[in-house]
Design a binder for this molecule. Sequence first.
Ligand SMILES: [Zn+2]
Ligand SMILES: [Zn+2]
Length: 145
Amino acid sequence: MTAPRTPTTAEELRGAGLRVTAARVALLDTVRHGDHLDVEAIASGVRDRVGHVSLQAVYEALHALTAAGLVRRIEPAGSPARYEGRVGDNHHHIVCRSCGAVADVDCAVGHAPCLHAADDHGFTIDEAEVIYWGRCPDCSTNRTA
Ligand SMILES: [Zn+2]
Ligand SMILES: [Zn+2]
């Protein structure tokens, strides 16, 4: 028995029905290795890997990869959108009000939706998105020091 081979990033793009370009491969790798990166950080990661890519191209690629479900976009109120490669598990986020640091928070029950709406208004709900707000350890320390 041979273990199933992990698909390459290019194969994943193709499997999601996307055109494979060096910039898209670099972008997906950058998002997956990063930690809730914003567009600027992703653009610089892509440029480190493949050379100059316009910000517009980065936006377009992010849009395509998000629509295909390979990348998840989170948008805490008042802060720029962040992107991550951890998709499909309906995890939540905790955001620092002070510095904007973002961390993952797992679901209470581990599958979507992990919260039950008091009234579903007849919708078929498949996801619940929660953002916890507070201060990260660094910011709480600075504040009390
Ligand atoms: Zn902070
Ligand atoms: Zn996350």
